[in-house]
Ligand binder design. Structure first.
Ligand code: ASP
Ligand code: MG
Length: 443
């Protein structure tokens, strides 16, 4: 069935609602998520409330998910750190979860003042159940029943504190990791079967690359979940990776749009500007390359003259995994003399020192001559679903980079992306070169 993406789908009435004899017919549901800069002060919260009222007036049942006011979470994290460098993550969660609670309450108050019935909800009240990985918990289950009941009975807007949940067994508050309100929003959208999850943020959509590096970057109308997942994982900071994962799993259309557009300037009859993250089957004109991501927060570690024998990779990457260090690009040569080889990989630069210490401790078990490392490296990645069916996409890049004297330190590829490791100082040049090469520059 065709569900219009903009404007409530009045034809999508759930039959069950009619049979229950409720007076109100069940309307289309919408999740609206607002990030920290969009709720930074009371004026902006009022602006948010007007966006909410606009959709509510149009007939939507609305669940709003809010972040903490800009800077608040950082402050809370900092206080925990100052209280004790090593602290119990359960208490960290008790502290940092409070930022969102303030925004949720304030927005509900403002909405009520505008004549829109609203109620705030904390994670435990729905509840949003998570595992017990405090500080970066995963959502297991969201109960949206009470919200739906109140939509039906009173057309009440739900204002939900993002970023937080409840661990089922311990009954303690958890948080979902930095940027986690995106994930809260998509999870709520899946739970209440919202027709769309709108992510209101300080940019007006997803760009082919960072416009600060490439002014000709273009905003995409649509991008496939998988591509967005790669973009987000590889350095684009628009959305938390897990939120895209969840959207893909539950097929929730996610629309990234600007919260700074004035609510009264939006013409309800015109599709708003922004980027829709959706299933690839909904994208008609698929390009070979859709985006270029980069990350300067990378460090390279090379293990020299490591023994070429079974079990060595396990001896290296086992301890790193145990230390919770994410290893990314791995390059190993086939040994020339059959005795030793070199092995290079990357880790997030924040984990660089820890990785070196971990490997030094395991030196005897692994057996190698020395460790070389560098933190002045960057990873540039080219992403596009079209790569599945086009050959030679990466080869073009290698040629173009070499023409600009950019040396490639390591390469990795997968079905829909490839990444190169280069010197950090050449990042901008590399990104611009590739952006032009694949025809992504705005005319
Ligand atoms: N307030 C939290 C953070 O800053 C969660 C979020 O904004 O999404 O990470
Ligand atoms: Mg965010």
């Amino acid at each position: 069935m065709y569900t219009p993406l903009f404007g409530p789908a009045r034809n999508a009435i759930a039959p069950a609602a009619c049979y229950k004899g409720s007076r109100d017919v069940s309307m289309a549901r919408l999740v609206m998520k607002f990030g920290g800069t969009s709720v930074a002060d009371l004026d902006r919260i009022r602006n948010v409330a007007r966006h909410v009222k606009r959709e509510w007036d149009a007939g939507y049942d609305v669940a709003v998910v809010v972040s903490a006011m800009a800077g608040t979470t950082n402050q809370l994290v900092e206080w925990c750190r100052q209280a004790a460098m090593l602290h119990d993550t359960r208490e960290y969660d008790a502290v940092v979860a409070t930022g969102e609670e303030i925004t949720a309450g304030l927005l509900a108050i403002v909405l009520e003042g505008m004549g829109v019935e609203a109620r705030s909800w904390q994670g435990w009240q729905l509840p949003i159940l998570t595992d017990n990985a405090h500080g970066s918990a995963r959502i297991l289950e969201v109960n949206g029943e009470e919200l739906i009941k109140r939509f039906r009975e009173r057309k009440q807007v739900a204002v939900i504190a993002g970023f937080q949940g409840l661990h089922k067994e311990s009954g303690r508050i958890t948080t979902l990791g930095r940027g986690g309100s995106d994930t809260s929003a998509v999870a709520v959208a899946a739970a209440i079967k919202a027709e769309r999850c709108d992510i209101y943020t300080d940019v007006d959509g997803v760009y082919s690359t960072d416009p600060r590096v490439v002014p000709q970057a273009r905003r995409m109308d649509k991008i496939a979940y998988e591509e967005m997942l790669e973009l987000a994982s590889l350095g684009a900071k628009v959305m938390q990776v897990r939120s895209v994962e969840l959207g893909m799993m539950h097929n929730v259309p996610i629309f990234v749009r600007s919260s700074f557009e004035k609510p009264e300037d939006i013409d309800p009859k015109k599709p708003p500007s922004g980027t829709l993250i959706c299933d690839e089957s909904e994208i008609m004109e698929q390009q070979v390359v859709t985006g270029i991501a980069f990350s300067k927060d990378e460090a390279q570690i090379s293990i020299r003259r490591v023994q070429a024998k079974p079990g060595v990779a396990a001896a290296i990457f086992g301890p790193l995994a145990d230390a919770g260090i994410n290893v990314d690009m791995i390059v190993q040569n086939v040994s020339g003399d059959g005795a030793t080889t070199d092995l290079t990989f990357t880790v997030p630069s924040a984990d660089y020192e820890r990785a070196r210490v971990t490997l030094d401790k395991a030196k005897r078990a692994i057996g190698f001559e020395r460790l070389d490392g560098a933190t002045d490296v960057a990873k540039v990645s080219v992403i596009g679903i079209g790569m599945r069916s086009h050959a030679g996409v990466a080869a073009q890049a290698f040629k173009a980079l070499s023409e600009h004297q950019i040396n490639i330190l390591a390469i990795t590829t997968s079905e829909i992306k490839f990444s190169v490791l280069i010197k950090a100082a050449q990042t901008d040049l590399a990104v611009r070169t590739l952006h032009t090469l694949y025809g992504l520059d705005r005319a």
